[in-house]
Design a protein. Structure first.
Length: 64
């Protein structure tokens, strides 16, 4: 994760996970893929994950 972006901490509902990405529900209840290379997973509780994500990516994916 690059250090030159504003980083947000958010919780989201995880639907599926592959080696390179996580499928989550966004604010519009749509499924979106997030590349693992762009985030840091802080914790996982059942189907809810807490992640650190660049603000630009959170906006692009409608997570905020």
């Amino acid at each position: 994760m690059k250090k030159d972006h504003n980083i947000l901490e958010i919780s989201c509902q995880k639907k599926f996970e592959t080696e390179k990405a996580i499928l989550v529900l966004n604010l519009k209840d749509r499924e979106v893929w997030i590349p693992k290379s762009q985030i840091q997973i802080d914790s996982e509780k059942s189907d809810v994950i807490d992640i650190q994500i660049p603000e630009w990516l959170a906006v692009e994916k409608d997570l905020i």
